[in-house]
Design a protein around this ligand. Structure first.
Ligand code: MN
Length: 257
């Protein structure tokens, strides 16, 4: 089984060509896009619309193969604006997202080797589990104990438009005032801090959102967190990362271009 993981696209159309090229070469079982399709330092609202339409077209071409997750920049057009928000075309971007909301997910989980990996835009910390996911339904928490947060993730995903406020948790590392960040906002530094301090409740994850110079991971005794946003740029358009992709190739992870 082969799987492609795609980090933040941010209107970079060359990435959609990369996806098609790599799929011809590997014939992936799944292609998981980790969100943030819209908004870039140097792009316009029209670029966001174009990229969004292209990614939706891909999804519609094979709904099982393509997994589209939502990022904080999509949330920006669903009621929680963040930096980079393109006000001129905001209604049009919002309409595209609302019309196609069933094509998007908040998370995706997949069995790779003998490990169960959770993919989200920014990663799920223990703090977010304790602070939000375990509290959605206190009664269920006592009934289901350890796996209630997984059940609540699913509940959120099935009712996305009524769960968006639960994603609006932003720590000071990303300019917010909350004590921890949600799974579309969490900075890599929060994961580094917690993975050293305590065992992760969701120990295997694949994460975008924080730009990295190449696909990299934080591994600890109980798990591995992969960071794959290698395509984001500085404000002036210079690349931060090396534009590499993470793939699962039958029995192991590989980094490809
Ligand atoms: Mn992001």
């Amino acid at each position: 089984m082969k799987v492609l993981f795609v980090g933040d696209i941010h209107t970079h159309d060359y990435m959609i060509e990369d996806i098609k090229r790599l799929d011809k070469e590997y014939n992936f079982y799944r292609i998981v896009c980790l969100g943030d399709y819209v908004d870039d330092w140097l792009s316009s609202g029209y670029d966001s619309i174009e990229t969004l339409n292209k990614i939706i077209e891909l999804k519609n071409s094979n709904k099982d193969k393509y997994i589209l997750l939502l990022g904080n920049h999509e949330l920006s057009y669903l009621g929680f604006p963040c930096s980079g928000h393109q006000y001129n075309q905001e209604k049009e971007i919002q309409n595209i997202l609302l019309k196609n909301i069933d094509l998007f997910d908040l998370y995706y989980s997949i069995d790779l080797g003998d490990k169960y990996y959770y993919c989200t835009h920014a990663g799920i910390t223990n703090s977010y589990i304790h602070g939000v996911l375990n509290k959605i339904n206190e009664e269920d928490f006592y009934l289901y104990k350890t796996n209630s947060y997984i059940k609540n993730l699913d509940t959120m995903n099935n009712d996305k438009l009524h769960s968006l406020h639960l994603l609006n948790k932003v720590s000071s590392l990303r300019g917010g005032i909350d004590n921890y960040s949600s799974m579309v906002w969490c900075d890599k530094r929060e994961h580094e801090y917690f993975s050293m301090a305590e065992k992760y409740l969701i120990p295997y994850q694949i994460i975008g959102h924080t730009p990295v110079t190449t696909v990299s991971n934080i591994s600890s005794e109980n798990g591995v967190l992969y960071f794959i946003d290698t395509h984001s740029t500085y404000r002036d358009g210079r690349n931060i990362g090396d534009k590499s992709y993470l793939i699962w190739n039958d029995d192991k992870f590989q980094i490809v271009k």
